[in-house]
Design a protein around this ligand. Structure first.
Ligand SMILES: [Zn+2]
Ligand SMILES: [Zn+2]
Length: 254
């Protein structure tokens, strides 16, 4: 099974429009970060998308990807759902309703934002979505998936664990009971906004380092990164070997 990082940037992406910050002006492709999303390719050929933000179309084209069989949504913020309409070509090709797994609250929010995808008499060319409530444990294409409840400021949202890999974005707090699901992972993917100045709804680097110390994953990749985390190459030198910044296009096998 493989996971590809389609995007590793925070909600505004990097570069930020109009920003003169050195990281935003960097010419290193690894410093260019589209909005956070990942694509999981199962051994049986099925493909599962985690989050579908405003860069989804560009991400699919850049990675020469043309298949999504289901979508897992972490939460309803724009940078994680607003690309859902661009699933249309895949929905038309397969004549399917795209299954979208999420919390009940998030499902309602998706129906509110894309009412035409649920209409009984659809406008021609509309997408078709099927909302499925993500339970604590569920199976998708014969693969067991575990939901991880995390807090994003005051908002309870989901991370997902498949095999011994967990993907968590937009978290700022994880309860001790949920941390039990995250101990001794092979791969821990976690949001890390910036180096300093704590944030009300996102982990920053010192907090992520403490979390890694506590959970002891073999390998950690950072995502949902802002320009204030610094240059990709500097991070590689500054961080211990088992903690690395993710970058758009990075692929891991697990
Ligand atoms: Zn976000
Ligand atoms: Zn968010």
């Amino acid at each position: 099974m493989r996971l590809k990082f389609l995007g590793t940037g925070t909600s505004q992406g990097i570069p930020v429009i109009g920003s003169q910050h050195p990281v935003c002006l960097s010419t290193n492709p690894k410093d260019k970060r589209l909005r956070t999303s990942a694509l999981i390719s199962l051994d049986n050929g099925k493909k599962i998308l985690i989050d579908c933000g405003p860069d989804f179309r560009q991400q699919m084209l850049a990675n020469h990807e043309g298949q999504i069989d289901a979508v897992l949504i972490t939460h309803e913020h724009n940078d994680h759902v607003i690309g859902l309409d661009d699933l249309r070509p895949l929905i038309f090709k397969n004549k399917m309703e795209m299954p979208i797994y999420c919390q009940e609250r998030v499902g309602k929010e998706i129906k509110f934002r894309f009412p035409y995808a649920f209409a009984e008499k659809k406008y021609p060319g509309s997408p078709s979505f099927e909302i499925v409530t993500a339970r604590e444990n569920f199976e998708l294409f014969d693969e067991k998936i575990t939901s991880i409840n995390v807090m994003h400021g005051a908002l309870p949202i989901l991370g997902y664990k498949i095999k011994n890999m967990a993907y968590i974005t937009d978290a700022s707090q994880i309860s001790n009971s949920e941390k039990e699901k995250l101990k001794h992972l092979d791969f821990f993917i976690i949001n890390c906004l910036r180096k300093e100045q704590s944030h009300h709804s996102h982990y920053i680097l010192p907090e992520v380092l403490d979390l890694v110390e506590e959970l002891q994953p073999k390998m950690t990749y950072l995502t949902h990164i802002s320009h204030l985390l610094g240059f990709h190459d500097d991070l590689l030198e500054e961080l211990p070997m088992h903690i690395q910044p993710g970058y758009d296009g990075l692929e891991i096998e697990f």
